[in-house]
Each structure stands twice: as structure tokens, then as C-alpha cells.
Design a protein around this ligand. Structure first.
Ligand code: MN
Length: 262
């Protein structure tokens, strides 16, 4: 598709020309296939990350790689747990190798600016390990000048916005799984994927400050949400989306500038 920011839509010759002439930043969205309550989609982490990445890519004249759409084992205190139907987890080492291999391939193509956008909590250290392993391999292959920046979009949401989206107090990001923030983003970006009539009404799910293995599925959230999303709105979603896209755009411009262009 002419003009698309999606690498998968481009021919290899158009892609090669872009990489070699423009040195664009390549954005890699990483999410999960994981229950997000009875009211929002299994692909929530990936869908929201990809839509944010697309908007940022348009702003910075970058490219978006196909997402990594599966994530590491969903944990009770951050994702509700692995036991829900639909939650489809991969092992940490699988994700680490996927990240390593994909980044190394971009390096071979001549890409030198990569923004990794990961949203699934349980992925974090395996993504970092994949980045470190890719850099180690690329140093060995004498690929010079690679820079990789890892983002979690929700870390760009300012206290002012949190105050408006959570007038009764912000519960913390871990408890926001299938909660007000992600549901608001869906209501703004993909309202057809949300059914608020099925939104859970329970309050914050309380867990002790430790993890038990094996986990007892009866001990945690039954709905899949860790907090009620009923105060979510498309207006809050737009507020968050606009703020995050602007902040990510600024961060990418600041980190990459015209690196390697000269
Ligand atoms: Mn998740």
C-alpha cells in the first residue's frame, strides 16, 4: 500500500529504499493474547500498542514492524493469571529469542534506529534480555551504530491526566489490567471491540504482596479485571492517546534525531 507506515504492506524494494535513503526509526509493538475482562478484547495489549505505534510512526516518518502478538505467562497480580480461556502465553525464553532474532534481522537490513513498544507487564525482562542479546550478536557481526530504545506508553501519562481519568485516585499500573485506562483507550480507538454492559462492577482485587506457585485460580479475580472499568470513557481515551502519542514522538525525536543520516 503506497504511503503506509506498515513494513508488512511494503514491497522489499520500497522498504530497502526507505531504510537506505531515509534511515527511519522502526517501531516494534509487543503485546499479548490475554484475557482483558469480559468487556474488552483478548488482543488488548497488542491492539493498543500497535495503534499508538502507527500514530507515532506517522509523526516521526517512521515504520511499524508486525507486532509480537503473544506475551509471557500472565500473572495473577498483573494480568489476572494464566488460567483464563483465551490467554495464550509463551515462555520467557521464546519471547527473548523472538525479540533477539527480529532485531538482528533489522540490523542486517541497515536499520539503526529501533523503538520497542512493549505493553504486557510480564514481558519486560525478557524483552530487555532479547535487546541485549541482539546487541551482543550485532557487535560480533560488526553492525555499527545500532540504537534501541524501549518504551512502555503508559509511563508517559502525566499526573495531571491521571487526576482527570481517575478522580477517585489512581490505583497503580499493575491494577489497571482491563481497567479504566485500557478500556478508555478502546472506547476511543476501537469502540466496536468493547461491550460496557459486560464491564465488571467489583472494586480493586486485593492480593497479598507476594506470589504463590502453583497459583490457585480461585484466589484471584474471577472477572479478569483487577479493577472496575465502569468509569472509562472515550473522552479519557482521547486524552491519554493524544498525550502518549505526542510524548513518544518527542522522546523518539530526542533520542534519534537525524542519527546516521549524514
Ligand atoms: Mn498484559
Amino acid at each position: 500500500m503506497p504511503g503506509s507506515v506498515m513494513i508488512a504492506d511494503m514491497s522489499w524494494t520500497d522498504y530497502q529504499r526507505r531504510i537506505e535513503q531515509d534511515f527511519p526509526v522502526v517501531l516494534l509493538p509487543i503485546g499479548s493474547l490475554e484475557q482483558h475482562g469480559p468487556h474488552s478484547p483478548l488482543g488488548s495489549d497488542e491492539i493498543l500498542t500497535r495503534l499508538i505505534a502507527n500514530a507515532v510512526a506517522v509523526s516521526v516518518d517512521g515504520l511499524v514492524a508486525p507486532s509480537i502478538s503473544y506475551g509471557c505467562r500472565s500473572q495473577p497480580r498483573t494480568g489476572g493469571g494464566w488460567h483464563f480461556s483465551g490467554t495464550t502465553s509463551i515462555e520467557g525464553r521464546t519471547l527473548m529469542l523472538l525479540v533477539r532474532d527480529i532485531l538482528q534481522e533489522f540490523g542486517r537490513h541497515g536499520v539503526r534506529k529501533i523503538a520497542v513498544l512493549d505493553t504486557h507487564f510480564e514481558n519486560e525482562w525478557f524483552v530487555i534480555e532479547g535487546i541485549e542479546e541482539a546487541l551482543k550478536e550485532m557487535r560480533r557481526d560488526e553492525v555499527d551504530g545500532m540504537k534501541i530504545v524501549k518504551f512502555r506508553y503508559f509511563e508517559f501519562i502525566t499526573p495531571g491526566t491521571l487526576g482527570r481519568v481517575f478522580p477517585d485516585g489512581f490505583p497503580g499500573w499493575a491494577l489497571e489490567h482491563a481497567g479504566v485506562m485500557t478500556t478508555s483507550l478502546h472506547l476511543y480507538l476501537t469502540p466496536e471491540l468493547v461491550d460496557m454492559s459486560k464491564a465488571p462492577l467489583h472494586g480493586v482485587i486485593e492480593y497479598p504482596p507476594y506470589d504463590v506457585f502453583p497459583f490457585d485460580p480461585n484466589a484471584g479475580t474471577r472477572s479478569g479485571s483487577l479493577n472496575s472499568p465502569v468509569s472509562a470513557s472515550a473522552e479519557s481515551g482521547k486524552l491519554i492517546f493524544d498525550e502518549v502519542v505526542a510524548a513518544l514522538t518527542a522522546a523518539i525525536q530526542s533520542e534519534f534525531g537525524n542519527r546516521n543520516k549524514d
